[in-house]
Structure formats: structure tokens, C-alpha cells
Design a protein around this ligand. Structure first.
Ligand SMILES: [Zn+2]
Ligand SMILES: [Zn+2]
Length: 163
């Protein structure tokens, strides 16, 4: 999504409010695929700085991914605060101003990726999938012969693992 910042650059206005809904199909990252439920909402203020503009605000999004253990879908609410600069000079790293426009797509993607967990679990106690038949063990049980630890031994194991 592109925003015209010419008024700020020429000093015609001091700041500019941004309040937009933005849709993003998906982000692939670290072998995970993130999609979104509904639009991504972005709200903030652009202000002039030397050689560019600074964009301060927050991103609200509902990100969908899958549990790393049981592959069930998870929806996570994100509320991300950000402050990023866009520069006119093209020789520096970071976000650029091109023909008096800034493109905030990359900013949104970067900030979302910084805030999504790398390993997502539907819950800390997720039992995962049966390695033999693939049954989701949170939802049902199966009769496969996997090494099920006797609950009494489990207690003993925890005892030895205690510091
Ligand atoms: Zn799970
Ligand atoms: Zn099974």
C-alpha cells in the first residue's frame, strides 16, 4: 500500500494521520505460512524528519497459522506498536521514499514477522499427533502401540528431572 507524503516533504503540512485497512494474502517465513483473518488494520501518524518521514503507530491483525505439534489451526491476535523511518536518500539501508510515496507493505510484513512466534502451539499441553496413525491426540485416542509411559513412572521421571 502506497501513501503520498509530498505535502510533508515540501513542508505544506507537519503531520498526516493514517487509518487504513489493508489486506495481505499470506507471508511465508521460516517454513511457516501465515495467513490473516480479516483485514490488517493500520493506524498512525506520519511526521516530517530531516531527509524523510517517520511513521509511528500500531498494527492490528488476526494471524492464522498451524500448531507445530498437532497441525490444528491457530488464530492469534496481534497488536504491534511500531516506529519506522522512511528516507529520501537511496544509499542507506531501511525504508525508502520513492517519487514522494512510501510503500508500507514491507513495514507491515516486517513488523508482523517480528511479532509472530516461531514455534506455535495450540496450547502448552498439546498432545500432538500419534506418530503411527496420525490421530490428533487432543481430540481422540487411538490404540497404536507407542511407548506409553506408565503414569507412576512418569511421576518418577519428573521427580528425577526436578532441580
Ligand atoms: Zn496443537
Ligand atoms: Zn495411533
Amino acid at each position: 500500500m502506497k501513501i503520498d507524503v509530498q505535502d510533508l516533504l515540501i513542508g505544506k503540512s507537519v503531520d498526516k494521520d493514517v487509518c487504513e485497512d489493508f489486506s495481505l494474502a499470506k507471508i511465508d517465513f521460516n517454513n511457516n505460512e501465515y495467513t490473516f483473518e480479516g483485514p490488517i488494520h493500520i493506524k498512525g501518524t506520519l511526521s516530517k524528519i530531516e531527509d524523510g518521514v517517520v511513521f509511528k503507530g500500531h498494527i492490528l491483525a488476526k494471524v492464522k497459522t498451524v500448531c507445530s505439534r498437532c497441525l490444528d489451526e491457530i488464530v492469534k491476535d496481534l497488536n504491534i506498536e511500531f516506529e519506522e523511518e522512511f528516507r529520501k536518500s537511496q544509499d542507506e539501508l531501511g525504508y525508502k521514499i520513492i517519487d514522494n510515496f512510501i510503500d508500507i507493505t514491507k513495514l507491515i510484513e516486517d513488523n508482523i514477522l517480528l511479532n509472530v512466534p516461531l514455534k506455535t502451539l495450540c496450547s502448552e499441553s498439546c498432545k500432538g499427533l500419534c506418530p503411527v496413525c496420525g490421530t490428533n491426540l487432543n481430540k481422540s485416542t487411538c490404540s497404536c502401540d507407542t511407548q506409553i509411559i506408565d503414569p507412576r513412572l512418569e511421576k518418577l521421571k519428573n521427580f528425577f528431572n526436578r532441580d
